[in-house]
Design a protein around this ligand. Sequence first.
Ligand code: PHE
Length: 369
Amino acid sequence: MSANDLDALRKEIIDAAAAAQSPQALDSVRVGALGKKGKITERMKGLGKLDGDARKAAGQALNALKNEVAGAIEARKAALEDAALDARLATESIDISLPIRAEAQGRVHPISQATDEVVSIFGEMGFTVAEGPDIENDWYNFTALNIPPEHPARQMHDTFYLAADDREGAGGEEKDQPGVLLRTHTSPVQIRTMQSVSPPIRILVPGRTYRCDSDMTHTPMFHQFEGLVIDRSTHMGHLKGCLIEFCRAYFEVEDVPVRFRPSHFPFTEPSAEVDIGCTHTRDGIEIGAGDDWLEILGCGMVHPKVLANCGIDPEEFQGFAFGMGAERIAMLKYGIPDLRTFFDSDLRWLRHYGFVPLEIPSLTGGLGG
Ligand code: PHE
């Protein structure tokens, strides 16, 4: 095997590798040279026939050729792969100037969002949602709740009456006829629930309420969340634990200070108003430890007379109730400064303060807001 021979072989293989236009063609070149029956392999096998120095010299030359050829094939392989990638990229190009998929336009109104959040918090505590009619009568809205006809609390409620209220001129039976009105709070749903289901009761009532009042902080229609728990041994400790837990979960502030301040409602005894800690900052109100308090809800132990009015024995059952303004807690959490904007139907406002429909609030998935 002469040096010329080897040079010719080198040229042949390296030319073939350089000419290969595909990985498959290149692979046949490799097999033809370095495979089991390849030209270089065959020559290596022939080394055994030589002896001594001749074998050593020929072996070294063949090894050098083998390495050179293998290197040339590798290099060609890399070049072919690069070219293939370039070709692919050229056809698969992504037009990054295309706009992203159209943005969802609809937004969830902050009142719906607050409702979903509050329902999910109380739902986790075992409450179910209950509802009642917006159009009520005197008995459900007032009398059954221990607010008799002459009670001063009726004045505070600024009631919208739907039918002429002729009670003043009337006497006898007519005096007791129920006036038809727009409910001034969600508390009548306490009565309707206690009349229709027997304890234990654990309900949360989101709903619209109406009062004849309109200024910076009042709108004629607003929303409330009412809660009612009735069982044999429910006590004030349960009320406190439940509402403290609610405040933490809703405002998403783990150690928000909660204060129970003695108050009065005709349908609860004892009664309290709940304040949460806050700080007034330059940009508004920050919920959490601070030097100020914000009133957020009314509550108390259900008055025995209310239980009796619904046919529940107050000697056997007791429980607690609470009520809060939905707009108020929504404004505090989402930083909405003006109550009246809730009902302006201004799309710019809704786009700003509204919520993305697919982000459904849950305690585990995050309440949002
Ligand atoms: N109904 C009361 C209101 O509208 C709130 C309340 C509900 C207070 C339940 C105590 C218990 O002001």
